[in-house]
Design a protein around this ligand. Structure first.
Ligand SMILES: Cc1ncc(COP(=O)(O)O)c(C=O)c1O
Length: 380
């Protein structure tokens, strides 16, 4: 009775763990939740009443013109020129992954992904029947492996900036090398970029797609990590040839994105409030990142290795003596500690003993207590 693809629909481990992680008393390093203190405070009464009334009506599939223009302006500032009519407003960038999956993937379509990669993208690509091919990402992207695989795939999905889960940020040279390979082989490059603004040391290089000359490309960003995930607002920018298809797919999916959220974010951007908001949020994240770094150093240095993330929301921790991170996750959950097993991010299904630890949601004192608890579990 059900479509065959439903058999490929694995439950999202994130959703399952998050359900437990939000129970009172649980210390959670599991989700990718922004700090509660960094969430946007919305004053609906301050919105112009005529715009608010207008937002209650159906709207354009592509998104509000003003918001699309603001997004195009922001892109120009990070070194990527595009026109407002290349911008499609999304109900969260997760929707971009769904639309691109529908556009590009049928049963058996070869798709290149990083190993590790964002697990909800893997879930969507698998649902549509992708044949996933992996390129290792470990303190750098393996350009030789990428060059060997790229000619045989139709799309490459990359998160070059403060990747979820590894936090790795491609250098400009790596971006140029990957873009040149995509051009040579005419492979569609799908760049997912929700963490760019969460840079703790230096700003990230320009988007990878800005170095592309001829290959088809799709780029997406999100307001979830900078403003509030509950707004469910993201955006996608694509090569002009792909736009008409993506707009029709968006129309078929949900007609248009939430207009109230679009109005709120348009006002934030129009009145220049995003930068001051980020200036308040980044010290909170930096403090929590540094608290986790200190706790890891104190409690886990005999058990694991890691790098300090220069941006994003996660530590990617390699445990020395653990081969079943799912079992470790279950033991931790039984003690009210939520962690993400690295195996969930591996398209190959390999468990190399990694954990993804989110540092943005728990408060510094909880971070210290949670890492101490993890260390105790590892010595048991
Ligand atoms: C790499 C990546 N892409 C996309 C998303 C989806 O974000 P949203 O739909 O909230 O914009 C996330 C969320 O954590 C993510 O980490």
């Amino acid at each position: 009775m059900l479509a065959q693809r439903i058999e490929r629909l694995t439950s999202s481990l994130v959703r399952d763990i998050l359900a437990v992680a939000q129970r009172p008393g649980v210390i959670s390093f599991a989700g990718g939740l922004p700090a509660s203190e960094a969430l946007l405070n919305v004053d609906l009464a301050a919105l112009p009443p005529e715009l608010l009334a207008n937002a209650m009506q159906y709207g354009p599939t592509e998104g509000e013109r003003g918001l699309r223009e603001h997004v195009a302006e922001r892109m120009a500032k990070i070194g990527f020129e595009c026109r407002a009519d290349q911008v499609l407003i999304l109900n969260g960038s997760q929707q971009g992954i769904d639309l691109v999956s529908k556009l590009m993937i049928e049963e058996g379509t070869p798709v290149l992904v990083e190993e590790p990669a964002y697990l909800a993208a893997l879930q969507s690509f698998k649902l549509f029947g992708a044949d996933l091919r992996t390129v290792p990402l470990h303190q750098g992207v393996d350009i030789d492996a990428l060059a060997a695989i790229l000619p045989s795939v139709q799309m490459a999905y990359l998160t070059p900036t403060f990747q979820n889960p590894s936090a790795y940020c491609y250098s400009e040279a790596e971006r140029k090398a990957v873009a040149a390979l995509a051009d040579t082989h005419g492979v569609c490059l799908f760049e997912d970029d929700p963490y760019r603004e969460l840079a703790y040391d230096t700003p990230a290089p320009a988007p990878l797609v800005s170095f592309i000359q001829s290959a088809p490309w799709i780029y997406q960003g999100s307001f979830s990590k900078t403003l509030a995930p509950g707004l469910r607002l993201g955006f996608l920018i694509a090569h002009p040839d792909l736009m008409p298809h993506l707009i029709r797919l968006k129309q078929a999916a949900d007609l248009h994105s939430n207009r109230l959220s679009q109005l709120i974010v348009s006002q934030i951007l129009a009145t220049g409030q995003l930068e001051p908001h980020l200036a308040k949020s980044l010290p909170i994240y930096r403090e929590r990142r540094d608290a986790m770094a200190a706790a890891l150093q104190q409690h886990l240095s005999n058990h694991a290795t890691w790098s300090l993330p220069a941006g994003g929301l996660f530590f990617w921790v390699k445990l020395h003596c653990v081969s079943d991170t799912l079992a470790l996750m279950r033991r931790a959950l039984a003690q009210n500690l939520a962690i993400m097993p690295g195996v969930a991010f591996m398209a190959s299904g390999r468990d190399d003993g990694y954990l993804r630890l989110n540092f943005s949601h728990a408060k510094p004192e909880q971070i210290e207590a949670g890492i101490a608890q993890l260390a105790a579990l590892l010595t048991e």
